[in-house]
Design a protein around this ligand. Structure first.
Ligand SMILES: Nc1ncnc2c1ncn2[C@@H]1O[C@H](COP(=O)(O)OP(=O)(O)OP(=O)(O)O)[C@@H](O)[C@H]1O
Length: 255
């Protein structure tokens, strides 16, 4: 279980995250949404201290992330997978080697690292692409290598920061399908920052909406997007209705 209390982060005079309190149960998938600049990425990046919060408490299964010294934090980060918008693969290494690299560097014996990397690539449907270099893979496949790299540690917690944001819309689906599978098997707890509404509707156990650094509403998708109480929630509801109506009209041939 992850328990975040009173998280606060300021950049200069700008308060990016304020009074952020969140409890995520083991195996739960939480989707964090809100307008651009509302603090989603900052909030998710403080969880593994890629960004140091100014104050607050973050407990992951009884480990106090905030109190950790650098060595302990390095160990803890192996239990927290992070998937970024940009895949940051190493161009001269194959998919398998990209996934193995972190494992080998963290002391896993080479043969064991190779089999763990191959297993992770299999989980994201890339078992036939182990030897491919990044420039021989599509953007969606490269992001799936990025996901496999995080999965290789069998993390307790997976953090996703707009994993489809830099992908061609046609390639987005294959990454969302992999994420949906992972969420369905509940192999790890997931917090996902995304603007992908259909994914949020289908996969989230809970939607958390942020505005101006604060959580303004949370609940099941059927609650937040059907009977919202916040202004942001009401705007998402209008957007969903608009998208559903325009799709239905287009399919029926009406203007
Ligand atoms: N390193 C930084 N230095 C200064 N300001 C920052 C920094 N990182 C983020 N900010 C500011 O903090 C606020 C929150 O940014 P953040 O990236 O967390 O928002 P977001 O909700 O993830 O946005 P988006 O959906 O566009 O990615 C924004 O106003 C942003 O400009």
């Amino acid at each position: 279980m992850l328990v975040i209390q009173d998280l606060y982060k300021q950049f200069g005079s700008l308060v990016a995250v304020n009074e952020f309190n969140l409890r995520v149960e083991t195996g739960e998938t939480v989707v964090l949404m809100g307008p651009s600049g509302c603090g989603k990425s900052t909030a998710i990046r403080t969880i593994n201290r890629l960004i140091e919060p100014d104050r607050g408490s973050i407990m992951l299964n009884d480990s106090n992330i905030i109190a950790m010294e650098p060595d302990e934090l390095r160990q803890a980060r192996k239990r927290i997978g992070f998937v970024f918008q940009h895949f940051n693969l190493i161009g001269r290494l194959s998919a398998l080697e990209n996934v193995m690299l972190g494992l080998v560097m963290s002391g896993v014996e080479r043969k064991n690292a190779e089999s763990r990397a191959a297993d992770s690539l299999c989980k994201v449907g890339l078992d036939n692409h182990l030897d491919h270099k990044p420039d021989q893979l599509s953007g969606g496949q490269q992001q799936r290598v990025g996901i496999a790299r995080a999965l290789a540690y069998e993390p307790e917690l997976m953090l996703w920061d707009e994993p489809t944001a830099s992908l061609d819309p046609i390639l987005v689906r294959e990454v969302l399908v992999v994420m949906e599978e992972l969420a369905r098997f509940r192999s790890s707890t997931m917090i996902v920052v995304t603007h992908e509404l259909p994914f949020a509707l289908r996969v989230a156990d809970r939607i958390v909406l942020m505005d101006h650094g604060r959580i303004v509403e949370e609940g099941k998708p059927s609650q937040v997007f059907v009977s919202p109480i916040s202004d942001i929630g009401k705007r998402y509801k209008e957007l969903i209705e608009y998208q559903m109506n325009t799709s239905a009209q287009s399919l029926s041939g009406k203007p």
